[in-house]
Design a protein around this ligand. Sequence first.
Ligand SMILES: [Zn+2]
Ligand SMILES: [Zn+2]
Length: 90
Amino acid sequence: MDVNAACYNHPDRPATNGCWRCQQFICNDCSTTLFGKTYCKKCAGEVSKISHNPDKSNLLQREINSRPLMVAIIIITILIAAVEIYIMTR
Ligand SMILES: [Zn+2]
Ligand SMILES: [Zn+2]
């Protein structure tokens, strides 16, 4: 870490930590440890909010997981259409 970095919230204080989520430099007073990782106050609030609402994070995870499948279906559909057009125009 850059030793000259100052805290994001306190420009007069040297940063002792970096937020794991937003990579912001933070001093000891501003850092919060959650699940073994250091976060700034803002991210700690959001991380704990997500973990207190497992349904919402599961839904988000499912949405991310289903995306490559959606892309694959679209590509296959386009390929089938392209082959059909190629056969018809031959
Ligand atoms: Zn943060
Ligand atoms: Zn600070």
